[in-house]
Design a protein around this ligand. Sequence first.
Ligand SMILES: [Zn+2]
Length: 262
Amino acid sequence: MPILFAIMSGALFAVWHSFSDALAWRIYTAWYSPRRKEVKDKLKFVFGASSRCEFCEVKVPWYGLIPIAGFFILRRRCAHCSRLLSWRFPLLEACALVYGVAFAQHEPSPLYFTLTLLTYTALWVVIAIDYRMLLIPTEAIFALLVLGLFALLCIRHPHWYRFDNFDFGLDLSVAFLWYFLFHLLRIASGYKMGLADVRLVLALGFLLGHPLTIFLPGVAAAFAIIFYLLRRRSLLIYAPSETEIPFGVFLGAAFLLLNLSR
Ligand SMILES: [Zn+2]
């Protein structure tokens, strides 16, 4: 039974990643990309449209939507305009599959599993758009804050209103400590860091709780350092700016990793 659950969780996360990535790309296209003015009915575009080729806009056939395998069935090309598809699709779907299998090891409750899927989508919107253009949509931060408060007040500490739980106090303290330290860091860096990154730390702090939140900025910084060391070796690795760091991307990745070590 645990093996079956792990396989199902892995498959679900791979499909869910594919959905989240498409959603992030549509939100980017409708509100932030150079062609945003061409998209008239934005909500219909984001939620109603079926998956299309990023270049020629022709509908992707159903078998092209199968996570990982779809990429190889299509032989890496759009069937209509024959442009090459990016390796990021199967690679990230494979990562999501491994993530789902690893996450299943914690035997999460159905409520916690659902919360994690919703968190994944909001976080992927943050990661994908911050990586493209150094910008974090406020709506995604708001969604993560709501999810974080739900995790804190309804899942981890359902009797929080008694205010007699030391762990609840620690969860709040650690989240707010990083929030204030990130404000200071933002000022000290000459506002090189966005306000959205500061808010993101608070939301992720609520979601993770102590003691994992303590490690969040450190792991994110380690990811950022590794990324820029790799980038120095290969300019093929895309970065949105030479001077500013898309810290939301690294905070998001650090959260996903730490969330596994619960
Ligand atoms: Zn195409």
